[in-house]
Write a protein of this length. Structure first.
Length: 79
């Protein structure tokens, strides 16, 4: 079971939020730090504010695009 942390960037759908997960790594040749972002649709039964940090976990497929659900919502002082 995979778990990731990310930030909520959209909560306009019913029972679904979009979480943006950022990955940073160093380029093997040029040694420059590269940031990549991935947007993941996540099942959520409660409305959560935009910009909130959450921990998500992988679950069985809920729909065509949703394969994750919210495991934990972080408070602002826990980040």
């Amino acid at each position: 079971m995979k778990t990731y942390t990310g930030k909520i960037i959209s909560n306009k759908m019913n029972n679904t939020v979009v979480v943006e997960r950022e990955i940073t790594y160093r380029h093997p040749l040029f040694k420059k730090i590269i940031r990549k972002t991935r947007r993941i649709k996540v099942h959520s039964t409660t409305k959560i504010q935009l910009g909130t940090r959450v921990k998500i976990k992988e679950v069985r497929p809920i729909s065509k695009d949703k394969h994750f659900e919210i495991l934990e919502v972080f408070k602002e002082d826990e980040i």
